[in-house]
Design a protein around this ligand. Sequence first.
Ligand code: SOE
Length: 382
Amino acid sequence: MSGNRSRPLGVATIGYAFMGKAHSQAWRNVASYFDVPAFERTVLVGRDADAVAEAAARYGWAESATDWRSLLSRDDIDIVDICTPGWLHAEMAIAFLEAGKHVLVEKPLANSMTESAAMVAAAEAAAARGVRSMVGFNYRRVPALALARDLIGQGRVGTVRQVRVSYLQDWLADETAPMTWRLRKETAGSGALGDIASHAIDQVQFLLGDTVTDVSGRLHTFVPTRNGPDGPEPVTVDDAAWATLSLAGGAVASVEVSRVALGRKNALTIEVYGSEGSLAFDLERLNELMVLDGTVPVERQGLSRVLVTEPGHPYLDAWWPQGHTIGWEHTFTHQIRDFLTAIDTGVAPSPSFAEGLAVQRVLAAIQESAAAKSSIVTVGSI
Ligand code: SOE
């Protein structure tokens, strides 16, 4: 793919911590493995001049900058990849879309429904001018989960009845772990809910190609105070969240997420139970999908391990011969590949900001239900 451009697309990434680093490796690698339009890694942006300069040199960006607004008027920047905390997403994404830049923004879309709705409006106005936008729900780009969606779409598990998603981490299990922006409502929006239940909810809607219609939720903060720079500070977000979700097509899903599940580091598991088959996925074994065909005689039924490393599996023709596994970082490379392809072909990328808003609606309904102590809340009523 080359498009008709007179020069390579210019890319800027904002943020160089965990997500900025993950996205940087994807920008560095994608063109070596996938057929994508020509682009240049033009600038990496961060607040600390020395640290961002060091990160830019390390990750292979041509230059660094400290003022994200300086990108708005630059003709050599076509794509902006926003890897900042959620409280900055709306202001940045809207400004860049209005300036005609294609925007990829890390999940969750934003910290509030108001911000999310404004981002969708800006994305739709920009799309009319050929400007693309996408949210970074990278687990959609795990080959085994893309395969699971294909199998469900082909009816291989029959009618989906039940989905179970669990996403457990333990980096807040230690009561002495310090305060961070992720533990303040004004900067993070919510806790485990927005950070990791957003992935779980996106997966439920992605895998089933369906929409959550109502929820019942519960949130809990196990460690209510943590030490900040000026002493003890209240934690204003949840450490863990639980929800049951009804889907329009009749399925029911359960979601359980935690950042205090001692021993679980980044444990995402997904199970899908249909009328004719079942699927199971475990991120710690991300090259595998467990599949049960319920249409064969029961004596021969069993969850079988499909090794998802064949060239015919999603994304894998670009990588190694069959049986040679890939890792978590590849999901970001696939994500950049899909975004560049969408820009090049003019096909709207997915997940769109509207799909990001669909997740935010579910998050808001869970918060509402939790505040009301377990009443069922209709999605979209907030
Ligand atoms: C932190 O909890 C985090 O990095 C999330 O923000 C990511 O989206 C998830 O992939 C891993 O955990």
